[in-house]
Design a protein around this ligand. Structure first.
Ligand SMILES: CC(C)(COP(=O)(O)OP(=O)(O)OC[C@H]1O[C@@H](n2cnc3c(N)ncnc32)[C@H](O)[C@@H]1OP(=O)(O)O)[C@@H](O)C(=O)NCCC(=O)NCCS
Length: 152
């Protein structure tokens, strides 16, 4: 498979449709989109995007990762994460990611070598303007996972 990952520095909103797949409220995306670094994976068209922010103390946070619906489960998400881990090996020591407690998302991150870190109680209830329901689950706490970033 030949694919290409590039950083997107301008007009990040052109990928709003994809960003909304992972985070359905635009006002929440606006909280991290500008300060975050965006990457896009291309393989005969854009297949996946992600946004990473600097959280200080050597920690970066994967704020958004989305793969186009007809290209999911083909390894693009995992490839993008592995790219980020090597891309950031000089700059960060740990990557964290927060998600609702949805089994498929947690399985994906675990398969990408993330492990449980901590949770933020009632994050989805307190920060979103409507009830968030994914795969039949009402999202309540933000569930954080972490992965160490080895030095290059
Ligand atoms: C979650 C997401 C980013 C995963 O990317 P992907 O390219 O589809 O996943 P990959 O093909 O790289 O999956 C790697 C492994 O993760 C696990 N995995 C991925 N999606 C899964 C699912 N829906 N259910 C269970 N396990 C899953 C599997 O172990 C998979 O390996 P396998 O296919 O060989 O079994 C993508 O499906 C997506 O964009 N979903 C919608 C948006 C979203 O929910 N984003 C953020 C989650 S908080």
């Amino acid at each position: 498979m030949s694919y290409n990952i590039t950083q997107i520095a301008t007009d990040k909103k052109q990928y709003l449709e994809l960003l909304l797949l992972a985070d359905e409220q635009e006002s929440m995306i606006d909280r991290y989109l500008e300060r975050g670094e965006m990457f896009a994976l291309e393989d005969n068209g854009i297949k996946a995007i992600c946004v990473v922010t600097d959280e200080g103390n050597g920690v970066c946070e994967l704020k958004n990762i989305a793969v186009t619906p007809d290209s999911q489960r083909k390894g693009y998400g995992k490839r993008l994460i592995n790219y980020l881990i090597s891309h950031y090996s000089d700059r960060y020591t740990q990557m964290i990611v927060g998600t609702g407690e949805v089994p498929s998302a947690i399985k994906f991150y675990q398969s990408c070598n993330f492990e449980y870190s901590h949770r933020i109680k009632n994050f989805f209830i307190d920060n979103y303007n409507h009830l968030m329901i994914e795969e039949g689950i009402v999202l309540k706490d933000m569930f954080y996972l972490k992965r160490m970033i080895p030095k290059a």
